[in-house]
Design a protein around this ligand. Structure first.
Ligand code: 8YV
Length: 309
């Protein structure tokens, strides 16, 4: 049981998620994270990973001991400050892997086979005038995965039946049958498709820079389903505009939802509006896991999926 008036829900939640929250308990709403918090003795915060939790907001809530974020990423949380205050945090790993992997593979195939452009070709009168251009096959390509965590490993499992070779990079090698590279530039050089599935941390910030894109090369493709901050967008735009890489499929951007308009002028991109986990089933599962974590906290049990901070 979650006590009444004990949880502050920060930011907007899509309708289906809100309905699920309301089915389980009644939080107090606080739509604008920058505004002064409503009065109350809140012990926990519920938020989504798309909404940044300002340290200043938490400072106004001396009784808060737990933050549940609805999303696998927790780069929206002021982790240093939470740690200082001994505030626990939970995220929602695992339940979104299927949806995120499906989108990543859809984007990869869409980019290589130019599916959106092919549909435009059919919908316009172009087909009656000639054939659609030839594209490139995924089979036989070398796919590099940056970040071999839960999502990275699920992606590799799903990609193998497409007859690709897998390599990866990350802080440490894992007990996996794929080639490991310590360095992202070496991974980029060794692959045709570079798939980003790593968390947003100070170490991964702007990790995909001009040098890495140069190493990926003019036949290489970049897929980003991680976070916009992992990519130096100025360098990526330059690489796309000057055909330094073959193309990019991007679900996430540095400044969402107001992405750099220069991406819109490129025909070697496939752009989606941060929809990795955006299926009804997944969003319901994520919401329930976030609320389960809140319940565990109020029942003085261990959190189900605690962020190790
Ligand atoms: C959503 C995500 O944007 O899980 C994440 O980290 O980026 C996505 O699932 C969001 O968190 C939904 O609430």
């Amino acid at each position: 049981m979650i006590p009444v008036n004990s949880v502050l829900q920060v930011g907007y939640f899509p309708e289906i998620m809100q309905a699920e929250i309301d089915r389980r308990f009644k939080p107090t709403h606080h739509l604008d994270p920058a505004a002064a918090v409503p009065a109350g003795n809140f012990e926990a915060i519920l938020i989504r990973s798309n909404t940044k939790l300002p340290e200043a907001l938490v400072k106004q809530l001396p009784k808060v001991r737990m933050v549940a974020t609805c999303g696998v990423g927790y780069d929206n949380l002021p982790l240093g400050y939470l740690k200082e205050r001994g505030i626990k945090a939970s995220n929602t790993p695992g339940v979104l892997n299927d949806a995120v992997c499906e989108l990543a593979i859809g984007m990869l195939l869409g980019l290589l086979r130019r599916i959106p452009e092919a549909q435009d070709f059919v919908k316009s009168t172009e087909w009656s005038k000639g054939l659609f251009k030839l594209t490139t096959t995924l089979a036989g390509k070398r796919v590099g995965i940056a970040g071999m965590g839960r999502i990275g490993q699920d992606l590799a499992d799903r990609l193998l039946p497409f007859k690709v070779e897998i390599a990866y990079c990350g802080p440490n090698p894992k007990d996996l049958p794929y080639t490991y590279f310590k360095n992202i530039k070496d991974l980029a050089r060794a692959c045709d498709v570079l798939l980003l599935a790593c968390p947003a941390t100070p170490d991964t910030e702007k990790m995909i820079n001009a040098e890495v894109l140069e190493a990926l090369g003019p036949n290489g493709y970049l897929i980003n389903i991680a976070r916009g901050s992992v990519v130096d967008e100025t360098a990526l735009l330059y690489a796309l505009q000057h055909n330094k890489i073959a193309g990019a499929a991007l679900d996430v951007f540095e400044n969402e939802p107001n992405l750099n308009a220069a991406f819109l002028n490129q025909d070697n991109v496939l752009l989606t509006p941060h929809i990795g986990s955006a299926t009804t089933e997944t969003r319901i599962a994520m919401t329930n896991l976030a609320v389960d974590n809140l319940e565990a906290f109020f029942n003085q049990q261990s959190l189900l999926t605690e962020v190790k901070n």
